[in-house]
Design a binder for this molecule. Structure first.
Ligand code: ZN
Length: 275
């Protein structure tokens, strides 16, 4: 029997997009509702950013807590992952939501250029976030925007801040960062096998790259796939995604086409070593 695939849904993100696609959930209540529909469509992991009422990125720990509470209530067993990403948030507040002890948190292990900013992850910030995550029993999802970030993750293992089996996500197709090219995924995977052989992994394709990166990942036996309006707001060039749930349904169809089953929340927790 083949291993089931975790579907991760990134519901909101940190780039203002409501003007481009009104389906992007912004308010806490919209985020919970959108997550529940995505859960019912097959998602077992939700990646969360929160927003202020004017749509700008928020670091308010209480907003994170409110979304988590709603997800736990309406989506039993779903893995809750908070973003510690930096866009629009100052360095000191990036780990503030971790006091609410989500199941997982994203962790970038190096800096990289983004479309209009430098996504800055100073080595000391990476160590600080990893230390807090370890103390809170929060599983890391390592965000890989560049090859050196894999080595940044390995250093955290060597420093005792992370176990040998983190979940790793390759992010492809962010303008000015790693392009969405199939041979680059092979390079990254061969280096992952060398430096973190026990890690689980997934790959995210941004924008129009979403579908093809998902196919490449499943062809190579990925443990998870990622979708959601944070990464991509369109079904085709001419049609907007109606919801996160629609994107999750498409991901579930892609998983089935690769003769794999969609993981239940229990299976997802077992796969990613989450209690
Ligand atoms: Zn994110």
């Amino acid at each position: 029997m083949t291993q089931p695939v975790v579907i991760a849904v990134a519901i909101t993100g940190s780039v203002p997009r409501k003007a481009d696609n009104p389906s992007v959930p912004i308010k806490v209540s919209e985020q919970i509702e959108s997550t529940q529909a995505a859960f019912e469509a097959g998602a077992s992991l939700v990646h969360i950013h929160v927003r202020n009422d004017d749509e700008s990125p928020s670091s308010d720990p209480e907003k994170f807590a409110a979304v988590q509470e709603g997800v736990r209530k309406h989506c039993p067993g779903m893995i809750v992952q908070f973003s510690t990403g930096g866009r629009g948030r100052d360095q000191s507040s990036r780990g503030s939501s971790l006091i609410h002890r989500p199941d997982m948190a994203s962790l970038s292990t190096g800096s990289v250029n983004f479309p209009t900013i430098v996504y800055e992850n100073h080595a000391s910030l990476v160590v600080d976030l990893a230390t807090r995550m370890k103390a809170g029993g929060i599983r890391p999802e390592i965000e890989i925007f560049d090859l050196s970030h894999l080595h940044g993750a390995r250093r955290l293992v060597d420093q005792g801040l992370m176990d040998e089996r983190p979940h790793v996500q390759f992010v492809m197709g962010v303008q000015n960062a790693m392009p969405a090219e199939e041979h680059l995924l092979d390079i990254m995977l061969s280096e992952l096998k060398r430096v973190l052989p026990q890690a689980t992994w997934t790959a995210a394709g941004i924008g129009r790259n979403q579908a093809k990166v998902m196919d490449w990942a499943l062809t190579r036996g990925a443990d998870a796939v990622r979708t959601g309006l944070e990464d991509n707001i369109r079904i085709t060039k001419d049609r907007l995604a109606a919801s996160n749930a629609e994107l999750v349904s498409i991901a579930a169809q892609t998983v089935a086409r690769h003769d794999r089953a969609v993981a239940t929340p229990e299976e997802a927790r077992a796969l990613l070593s989450i209690r």
